[in-house]
Design a protein around this ligand. Structure first.
Ligand code: ADP
Ligand code: MG
Length: 479
């Protein structure tokens, strides 16, 4: 890499860091993780994303933040151009060359409203179909490969119940809402419901990620078939929506709300997964939240050691179908189950590495090799759950005020800012809802908390000292 490129990359890395702090981890990973820096030229920064959908979403919702994060890094930047990377796209047939070229032309991030929403003519007829085709399913994620343990028995039973229903059966709980942290089996269970439902009964089960739901809706709007899209969506028996926490934007949310109501009122089943309970989905309005909470809400806890061992065993069995010579001795499995405590994804990753290593080197799996191969998957402890009291204590110490000052109604500048910082940290580091945070800060209203969060969000993107302080506090709290 040349020095210039290297330098640009360093700027970009810092901007990404700011963006991540600014919008929070979830939003960052869903919208910005696949954003790349193309180049910096004079006062313009050129960024790219892999899909048109991501581009319009970022333009419509995050244009200013992206720009201000760049300005905090390089004050001379005055515009950010966003393009769709063409390399990953399948080559377009000759007659489509024109729109493909148009798509690559950069557009100013601050162009609003989104120009594509009006570009009805170029949208392929299949966009609507595509949206209703559902998100891709992984054939391995079925009920038979789902291992049960204490943490997921109830969720599994409810999911089976839903999958076994028949067209026209009365619905027992609606919606079924499953929540759990990352890698604890939500997607696995939802896809199992979809496979089982579609293969065994006369019902139509549709699996959509929240992103796909939004994309389907945006695409339908573009091709002005929103009505047909809604009708088609309402024509299915079971709607399965994964990662609901990523559903964003007023119009999509109100669309989601209508769809939810229409399906539930028509006696159709809705199954939802998210990383938090309905009450903590702040961006949704109260009515949707209470509708979501009105069915069966089930939490899946962390995977216990026994469950982890069973998952590992089932992964090995699955791998042996194609690689008969692959074997992992029990002591190695025990070691993995004891040390890789974090989530199911890492367990799967560990088995994949052992498989790759033993294939490539034509050697048997040993404990010593396993220790070496999975070293980086072993996390010393579960990530710490940050408590609101800890936040208050650490912030009070940092700013040299007392904890009771933070909770008091005093409005002098030396307590107002620390209080706002503490509320902001409570919002970003815990799953507590705004009203709950308000209660914990001396019985304040949730709008006060929201105001504080927004205030600090906007300050950290401009004020480097504050942004460093906030980073430091986060690090102290998460250690
Ligand atoms: P989530 O959607 O909650 O983030 P996933 O469903 O993607 O998690 O699970 C992550 C990985 O762990 C997948 O490979 C999944 O098959 C595996 N996994 C999680 N829980 C179980 C389980 N109970 N039985 C079998 N595999 C599991
Ligand atoms: Mg998932």
């Amino acid at each position: 890499m040349t020095d210039v490129a290297n330098n640009e990359q360093n700027h970009w890395n810092r901007v990404k860091g700011r963006l991540r702090t600014n919008v929070g981890e979830d939003v960052y990973t869903s919208w910005f993780a696949r954003m790349d820096l193309e180049r910096i030229q004079d006062d313009s920064v050129h960024l790219s994303v892999p899909t048109k959908f991501l581009k319009s979403w970022i333009q419509a919702h995050y244009a200013e933040r992206v720009l201000s994060c760049w300005q905090a890094e390089l004050p001379e930047v005055s515009r950010v151009d966003l393009t769709v990377r063409s390399a990953v796209r399948a080559p377009a047939p000759a007659k489509d060359v024109k729109p493909a070229i148009e798509e690559r032309r950069p557009e100013r991030l601050d162009n609003r409203p989104i120009p594509e929403l009006r570009a009805t003519a170029t949208v392929p007829v299949s966009a609507n179909h595509d949206a209703l085709g559902g998100s891709p399913l992984d054939p391995r994620l079925t009920f038979s490969s789902f291992v049960t343990g204490r943490s997921n028995t109830l969720a599994l039973a409810a999911a089976r119940q839903v999958a076994e229903g028949r067209h026209g059966d009365p619905v027992m709980f609606n919606p079924l809402y499953i929540h759990a942290g990352v890698g604890l089996g939500k997607t696995h269970l939802l896809q199992a419901v979809t496979w089982a439902g579609n293969s065994s009964s006369d019902r139509k089960v549709l699996y959509l990620t929240a992103e796909k739901f939004m994309y389907g809706f945006v695409a339908a709007l573009k091709s002005q078939t929103a009505l047909a899209f809604k009708e088609a969506l309402r024509g299915i028996d079971v709607l399965v929506i994964d990662d609901l926490q990523f559903l964003q934007g007023k119009s999509t949310q109100s669309e989601f709300c209508h769809t939810l109501n229409a399906l539930i009122d028509a006696g159709r089943q809705v199954v939802i997964a998210a990383d938090r309970p309905p009450s903590d989905l702040e961006s949704l309005d109260d009515r949707v939240r209470s509708r979501l909470a009105g069915g069966l809400v089930v939490e899946m806890g962390s995977l216990g050691e026994e469950l982890r061992l069973e998952i590992l065993k089932s992964r090995v069995t699955a791998a042996r179908v194609h690689h008969a010579s692959f074997d992992v001795p029990l002591p190695v499995l025990d070691y993995l189950a004891k040390t890789i405590t974090h989530n199911g994804r890492d367990l799967e990753g560990a088995i994949n590495r052992l498989l790759a290593h033993s294939k490539l080197n034509a050697t048997a799996v040993t404990l010593e090799m396993a220790e070496r191969e999975v070293r980086d998957l072993v996390r010393p402890q579960e990530p710490k759950r940050v408590k609101i009291e800890d936040i208050q204590r650490v912030v009070a110490r940092q700013y040299n005020v007392s904890r009771s000052d933070l909770l008091s109604s005093r409005r002098t500048a030396n307590v107002v800012r620390p209080r706002q910082v503490a509320m902001y940290l409570a919002k970003t580091l815990t799953l507590r809802s705004l009203p709950e945070i308000g209660r914990r800060f001396g019985g304040r209203d949730h709008t006060t908390v929201l105001h504080a969060v927004r205030k600090i969000e906007s300050l950290v993107s401009k004020d480097l000292t504050l942004s460093d302080e906030v980073e430091l506090l986060k690090r102290q709290l998460q250690e």
